[in-house]
Design a protein around this ligand. Sequence first.
Ligand code: NAP
Ligand code: G4F
Length: 335
Amino acid sequence: MIRALITGIAGQDGWYLGSLLRSKGYNVVGMVRERGVALASKRPDFPEQPHFDRLCYGELADAGSVRNAIGKVRPDEIYHLGAQSSVVASFSAPEETADINAMGTLRLLEAIRHHRLDCKFFNASSSEIFGKVQEVPQTETTPFCPRSPYGVSKTFALQMTRMYREIHGLFACNGILFNHESPLRPDSFVTKKITNAAVAIAEGTQQTVYLGNLNAVRDWGYAGDYVQVMWRMMQHDRGDDYVIATGRMTTVREFAAAAFNAVGISLDWSGQGVEEQGIDANGIVRVAVSPEFFRPAEVDATVGDASKAHTVLGWQPTVDLDQLVQMMVAEALRA
Ligand code: NAP
Ligand code: G4F
């Protein structure tokens, strides 16, 4: 039986990946820090099969605990998903973000070396490494230009993972993951915020949702598809780096329109910038802009070209944006 260690098991991707690996007969050990235990053990929003066989303690900000976890579990495959994953939070907590995301990844890599572990390593990298994009769409060879502490931390982690592959011969992969969502996305991310609000507005418990930059563009996929390709990378004959994306650009405004449509509310847009509003058929403002949600810096035309993953790994996304919106709205209606 293959033993996998998943850091970040209590997060969105941890749930999908743990479930996938267990369905493939893996023994899944989830690494959690204290505050993740309750969430990992019991997801009130997804009370299905447990997505791990057992949990172990590991704090990415603490080298000793990471080394202990690796030494005790001695996994065959490590899927490193644990992170301070909020771009917006990284502007107010840059040092913590660097410690967890950049140094945390290095601590894991060093723990593998320390224990002379013969294992494979997957690192969850991010499209945020491209930041102020140097070309559209972005591929594995697009130069890095991160614009947030989070993006910088993920760039460090990607480069370190590459270095351990090239210098120490570790089977190591970077998944350069573009945004991927699901009903398990935390409420602070824009897709979940919008789908929750659309449902609350349709049910009459909320009047308006306040958003930031409606012109921001993202390449949104489905988390269930993205964990499939993490596993595929680890089954290939050598470790490598892959862009994982849908190739479709959507604005926050378009996502909001789709979510409101899904609950039967059609929006008309008027005004510009902070004055812009999404208004329903009764003339009620349902979407408004608040500068509170603007960022010190925004990333540009984020859209990925996943041709390498299509060709080398045979991966294709199975859920398109409309299906994703439907799925998230359905879960919000059920909750
Ligand atoms: P998520 O839901 O935020 O989950 C992250 C997990 O990391 C949480 O379970 C969290 O545990 C854990 N964690 C945070 N700090 C930790 C620490 N100091 N020590 C140990 N664990 C810690 O993230 P996700 O959406 O599943 O994303 C998975 C990975 O992919 C992350 O590395 C993220 O940066 C990357 N990524 C995600 C996307 C996306 O669109 N979802 C795109 C690109 C890259 P607690 O529950 O204790 O907080
Ligand atoms: O949903 P978001 O907060 O996700 P963001 O910043 O793209 O980060 C996510 O994807 C990254 C991959 O590129 C991951 F690496 C990262 O871990 C995370 O999973 O924001 C998406 C866009 C931004 O451009 C933001 O400015 O939505 C815009 N936005 C507009 N109004 C808003 C809001 N974002 C949030 N969170 N809240 C708003 O009210």
